[in-house]
Write a protein that binds this ligand. Structure first.
Ligand code: TZP
Ligand code: MG
Length: 218
């Protein structure tokens, strides 16, 4: 699922203000995102049948563009819409979840902040890791951020576990993305810089890695 450098877009309806969320997703797909995660959280978040219908619509769009559809947190939702993957934070892990996910052919992503958490996640079956927050972000106010700690963790993971894809997240935008690629990340995950722009093609092209990093791709 992570053969090329990844531009991993994350969105929930709360991240979008003046546009239709599905329009934003389709625009981002057309503009070249490589992965999509539905992260439906916060005030006014969809629930129940509305959430399932929205997830199904997101999945349909992703399928048209050949982009994996990943669900944040909600294992039940991921299973019911047959997502391609599920992403779990440190607090969202439940015993037995890996077995269920694997039996459905789904990929498992985990958020980690330290080498200890990373080793634990890999041991318990994570197929890829999210590391951050690399930079300060308003999108997740409770996210801890430290550029140095995140980039050195990305660098160390790249060296010690070269087969585990590592995705940097948090406050990433065209002006600072080079820091994350240079640390050895497999991909960059972004919410606001894609949701908030009307120039998605330009932003996504500026997020993409320089050619020398493209060639290094696992
Ligand atoms: N986890 C760590 S930071 C973050 C998440 C979900 C938010 C990233 O959003 P943005 O807008 O790209 O900073
Ligand atoms: Mg979570």
């Amino acid at each position: 699922m992570f053969k090329k450098p990844s531009i991993y877009f994350i969105m929930g309806t709360a991240n979008v203000k003046d546009e239709e969320p599905l329009t934003v997703l389709e625009d981002a797909l057309q503009a070249g995102i490589t992965h999509f995660q539905l992260r439906e959280k916060g005030k006014g978040a969809l629930v129940g049948s509305e959430l399932v219908a929205f997830a199904q619509a997101c999945k349909r769009l992703c399928k048209i563009y050949g982009v994996p559809f990943i669900v944040n947190d909600d294992v039940e939702l991921a299973l019911s819409v047959q997502a391609d993957g599920i992403h779990l934070g440190q607090g969202d892990w439940k015993e037995g979840v890996k077995e269920v996910i694997t039996s459905k052919g789904m990929v498992l992503g985990r958020s980690v902040h330290t080498m200890h958490e990373a080793k634990d996640a890999i041991r318990s079956g994570a197929d890829y890791l999210g590391v951050g927050s690399v930079f300060p972000t308003l999108t997740k106010p409770d996210a801890e951020h430290e550029v140095g700690a995140s980039t050195s963790l990305i660098r160390e993971l790249h060296e010690r576990f070269p087969n585990i894809p590592v995705i940097g997240i948090g406050g990433i935008e065209p002006s600072n993305v080079h820091v994350v690629w240079e640390a050895g990340a497999t991909g960059v995950a972004v919410i606001s810089c894609i949701c908030k722009t009307s120039e998605r093609r330009e932003v996504i092209s500026k997020l993409s890695p320089p050619l020398k990093i493209e060639r290094r791709a696992r």
